[in-house]
Ligand binder design. Structure first.
Ligand SMILES: C[S@@+](CC[C@H](N)C(=O)[O-])C[C@H]1O[C@@H](n2cnc3c(N)ncnc32)[C@H](O)[C@@H]1O
Length: 289
């Protein structure tokens, strides 16, 4: 990408320097290790720890750049990683250099991407336009998806638009962590259904589509379909989400000792007692650590 094509929201000179360093890291394993050690080691540790991801979780790195340092660290931990960038040449060279590491590279603009099917979305500091990208993420991400956004801190703050929980324009919980190098991490999650029900003083009902992998509960209602009953989807039975396939794919559920793939449309018709749903680890609203 030429410097003149960079969005006004990004500090052009700084980004041009970073892209040059990342291209060097792409080519040189020695420089790559040094660059990661000096600038990213602690940041990645904090980000991955804070995400509290289940084993094998599907995660997305947005704005991966020529040296997709977050995607590489996540792949090394055994997560299933997709990395996107809107620059075709960046994606081509990153895939060529790091494609054998279990990362799927996709050339896409973050504003028009489908974020369903990921347990966590990691957003690089240079992704722009920042508020619009965040709103696109929360609009299509699954109920339990965590969004981890790198923000600027201190002197760097005047260079980048800071993302706040209010920018989501949806009810979200947030937590902020200080990161080294004048950066901070904003972790965003939708309030769990159980905490929403508690806040409303009500016993709400939710569908299988409202849950994330590893959440489950007691079935309260199913449509009158013999196939569903035969597979074990009956009121009173416990059901746990094994995985939610990306791109609007099926919801894999464990019920009555079997794993069954349900089309999203069907999963939306199977209801659970919200009281019985296991919450994801809770976050305190706007807590700063
Ligand atoms: C400095 S680079 C890479 C960041 C770095 N490797 C990391 O892990 O944080 C930022 C990248 O974000 C990409 N980018 C910026 N806005 C984007 C958007 N809206 N959609 C997709 N990629 C975007 C740019 O093309 C650039 O390659």
């Amino acid at each position: 990408m030429k410097e003149t094509e960079l969005p006004a929201e990004q500090p052009r000179k700084l980004l041009a320097v970073i892209l040059r360093l990342e291209r060097l890291a792409q080519r040189s394993p020695v420089f790559r290790r040094l660059y990661t050690f000096l600038f990213y080691r602690r940041i990645l540790e904090i980000e991955i720890t804070e995400a509290q991801l289940p084993v094998g979780a599907r995660v997305l790195h947005v704005g991966c750049g020529p040296f997709p340092v977050s995607a590489l660290a996540l792949a090394d931990k055994g997560f299933t990683v997709t990395a996107i960038d809107r620059d075709p040449e960046t994606v081509r060279t990153a895939a060529q250099s790091f494609g054998g590491r279990g990362i799927t590279f996709v050339c896409a603009d973050a504003q028009g991407f489908d974020y369903s099917g990921f347990e966590a979305v990691f957003v690089a500091l240079h992704v722009a336009p920042r508020r619009e990208v965040l709103q696109a993420i929360v609009a299509s991400a699954d109920q339990g998806t965590q969004v981890l956004v790198r923000n600027a801190r201190g002197a760097l703050k005047k260079e980048y638009t800071s993302i706040r929980v209010e920018d989501c324009k949806q009810d979200m919980e947030s937590i902020t962590h200080r990161l080294p190098g004048q950066k901070e991490l904003l972790v965003l999650r939708r309030p769990s259904l159980t905490s929403l029900a508690a806040a409303n003083g009500s016993c709400a009902v939710c569908s299988l589509c409202d849950l994330s992998a590893h959440q489950g509960g007691t079935i309260s209602a199913v449509p009158d379909l013999p196939q569903l009953a035969a597979m074990g989807f009956r009121p009173g039975k416990d059901c746990t989400i094994v995985a939610v396939q990306p791109w609007g794919g099926p919801v894999i559920c464990a019920v009555a000792g079997r794993e069954i793939a349900l089309e999203r449309g069907v999963a939306a018709t199977v209801h659970l007692e919200a009281d019985s749903v296991k919450p994801l680890p809770s976050h305190t609203r706007a807590r700063v650590v």
